[in-house]
Design a protein around this ligand. Sequence first.
Ligand SMILES: NC(=O)c1ccc[n+]([C@@H]2O[C@H](COP(=O)([O-])OP(=O)(O)OC[C@H]3O[C@@H](n4cnc5c(N)ncnc54)[C@H](OP(=O)(O)O)[C@@H]3O)[C@@H](O)[C@H]2O)c1
Length: 245
Amino acid sequence: MEKVVLITGVSKGLGKALALKFKKEGFKVCGVSRSEPDFEIDKHIKADLLKKEYTGFIFEEFSKSFERLDVLINNAGIGLYESWENIKEEDLRKLFELNFFSYVFLTQKFLNLLKETKGSIINVSSVAGKLYVPYMGAYCSSKFALNAFSDSLRAEVKPYGIHVLNLIVGRINTGFSKRALGSMKPPETPFGGNPEKFAEAVYKAYLKKKREITYPYWYKFFILLANLFPDLYDSISLKKWKKYT
Ligand SMILES: NC(=O)c1ccc[n+]([C@@H]2O[C@H](COP(=O)([O-])OP(=O)(O)OC[C@H]3O[C@@H](n4cnc5c(N)ncnc54)[C@H](OP(=O)(O)O)[C@@H]3O)[C@@H](O)[C@H]2O)c1
């Protein structure tokens, strides 16, 4: 029987790259997003993950077409670039609703199906969940919370044979920053990973049942250095935002 993957944020960026990779590997792909994907997918569920009723609706729609779930990829997310001084409550709540609560409640809803297949949960987190960045503190907080969710969940679902892979993602060229909330524009970076290579790395990590991977890999050393020399990191990272300070 063909394996089934459910991916949130499937219409573009990393979700799209993951959908194409899992399809290529023989999976049936079901995806969630507000806009229609511009590529072929076995089932698309149009849903806004910011709305409370979404989990039940997604589960019902999924169950109309599939009897099993092998992999749940919680991926949909948004950025927020703003100082703590000026952050709007509405934006902060939206950020946590999408980047944290949607991951938790979809996981809860699909856990019984994943128990039956001894499946996998893949959470798309960020380098910003390991390393604070000034003016991105809210986004970092949502991803720090997500890492704690992934790690504690991994221990809790291990007895059911379910595997949890947490992805520590660095900058990848998807246009993510342009769609972010907040009034500030992030500093440009010459580096940026490739979504297709990211999807290859995730699939490999999924097959090897890894706990966590960092992609692009060199961010691991960056995180280590920044944690070793926090004062130096503070001043370098603040300089990047100098037009706002
Ligand atoms: N790209 C990076 O550099 C980077 C780095 C670190 C971590 N990440 C993480 O990777 C994940 C994906 O990022 P990306 O770069 O692929 O972003 P993206 O290109 O902006 O794609 C975001 C996806 O989420 C969906 N989405 C957004 N709001 C939604 C909502 N309210 N309800 C349902 N779906 C919604 C979007 O679809 P619709 O607009 O059609 O709804 C889209 O498919 C995020 O969790 C992000 O935090 C990205």
